[in-house]
Ligand binder design. Structure first.
Ligand SMILES: Cc1cc2nc3c(=O)[nH]c(=O)nc-3n(C[C@H](O)[C@H](O)[C@H](O)COP(=O)(O)OP(=O)(O)OC[C@H]3O[C@@H](n4cnc5c(N)ncnc54)[C@H](O)[C@@H]3O)c2cc1C
Length: 406
């Protein structure tokens, strides 16, 4: 029986109240376009080639997909979005979305930019603005090769080869510097989860940072748990034991996981069992169990549910009500990506829950991989795009913006 009769995600007036009529119509057109699988399949290739040939397409991207899914090209550019979301009690998580760095110079530059997001979050909080977290990917700070070798070391004790030791030490130092700054600025920081073959090293560094900075009742560092992976709740149990023994707090961001096809393909190629749950319903069940697990261990655990799944959000809200927890309990957050599932973010925030959206930013060209992934995951008409279109259509009709839309 639902414990939150007043919580509903159907209210499109609340869901889209941050969008002007023009923005609403633009979002509708965009989701219609990315609903076409063929277009999304060839689009990235056409765009990448056009940009390589210096054809003037970046303006088109900037005023369409980029404008919908990103805050701007820089932190400064993204400030109006921080204010706009903040007006409706939705927080911002500045996400520097430049991927694919290869050189030490690029890794160092990425680390510096993440530190700027920490500073920006600290300053925003001091000015009474809602920028409750910041975020980074460890793979932006060092090469996959180094992280892969270090992960082998975590799994079966193989040492990092001497030629990669200095590179690994630099990645570690960058992670440490970011977390140290976050601790000084009292800004909570998410460490994103990535592919299983580099995740061992990420988990190891994340726990080390939690043990260092999540002290005296504070939870600064949050590691991400992908619930599409098998055996994750056991890993959470083991970590909880170490946290209790070591006297530190745990921060978890719970997600289902973004690399399913890649993971499965790699396991097949290597002749290994897949690390991913056999079916969607098993992932869903594990996600909801993990969230309930967090609610049961709030003496040590704080968490954020990074999801666009309505049933999971409702289950967490119900679990909170059953345990007599306040909706604005600061140990519990919900998060969605900018431009997606506003019906969850804005309705949850209006009902008094803690919500923040990832607001990606970066130069248009450098954010293309991020934008292609958003387009790709929105192609399924039965999934996200279909739901977004239904909601947008309902709101367009409610506002009397005319035209026949189906
Ligand atoms: C704020 C936020 C932060 C995020 N951070 C990360 C991150 O750090 N790392 C990361 O990997 N992802 C991250 N994601 C993406 C996330 O992992 C999901 O890919 C995405 O949110 C879709 O899942 P969902 O919970 O929204 O719900 P749904 O749309 O209900 O679930 C889709 C997900 O279910 C799983 N799934 C689908 N089909 C199957 C199947 N046949 N068998 C098993 N499982 C299946 C997959 O994980 C798929 O992505 C983040 C998402 C958000 C909103």
């Amino acid at each position: 029986m639902a414990q939150n009769p007043s919580l509903s995600f159907d209210n499109t007036e609340i869901a889209f109240r941050s969008l002007s009529d023009a923005e609403l119509l633009r979002a509708y057109t965009l989701f219609r376009m990315i609903g076409f699988r063929g277009l999304v399949k060839i689009g990235p290739r056409i765009l990448t080639t056009a940009m390589r040939w210096h054809l003037p397409v970046s303006g088109i991207v900037k005023h369409t997909v980029f404008k919908h899914f990103c805050g701007g090209e820089s932190i400064e550019d993204s400030r109006p979005m921080v204010d706009r979301l903040g007006r409706f009690n939705v927080g911002t998580i500045l996400d520097y979305s430049v991927e694919g760095g290869r050189t030490e110079r690029e890794f160092e530059a990425a680390a510096k930019e993440v530190m700027r997001t920490v500073d920006a979050a600290g300053e925003a909080a001091a000015a009474g603005k809602n920028v409750p977290f910041t975020v980074f990917k460890v793979s932006a700070l060092g090469s996959h090769r180094v992280l892969e070798f270090a992960s082998l070391g975590v799994a079966d004790g193989q040492p990092v080869p001497p030629r990669l030791k200095a590179d690994y030490a630099r990645v570690h130092e960058r992670v440490q510097k970011i977390c140290q700054l976050a601790s000084e600025r009292k800004v909570r920081v998410f460490i994103d989860a990535e592919e299983t073959w580099i995740q061992g090293a990420i988990d190891c560094m994340a726990e080390e940072m939690m043990a260092k900075f999540n002290r005296e009742g504070k939870t600064i560092v949050y590691n991400t748990v992908q619930l599409y992976r098998t055996g994750r709740i056991q890993v959470m149990d083991e970590q909880l034991k170490r946290a209790r023994d070591g006297g530190f707090n745990i921060g978890f961001k719970l997600v289902r996981g973004a690399y399913m096809e890649k993971e499965r393909a790699r396991a097949i190629k290597a002749g290994l069992p897949s690390p991913i749950q056999p079916e969607k319903s098993a992932t869903d069940a594990q996600f909801d169990r993990a969230a309930a697990w967090c609610l049961d261990h709030l003496d040590v655990v704080s968490f954020c549910a990074g999801t666009h799944n309505e049933a999971s959000c409702l289950a967490i809200a119900d679990g909170m009500a059953r345990r007599g927890l306040a909706r604005n309990d600061l140990r519990i957050w919900f998060s969605q990506l900018l431009g997606m599932s506003d019906h969850l973010s804005f309705n949850l925030a209006a009902a008094g829950f803690n919500v923040a959206k990832y607001v990606p930013y970066g130069p248009v060209r450098a954010t293309l991989p991020y934008l292609f992934r958003r387009a790709e995951e929105n192609t399924s008409v039965s999934g996200q795009a279909g739901r977004e279109l239904l909601l947008l259509t309902k709101e367009i009709r409610r506002r009397g913006l005319g035209g026949r839309r189906s």
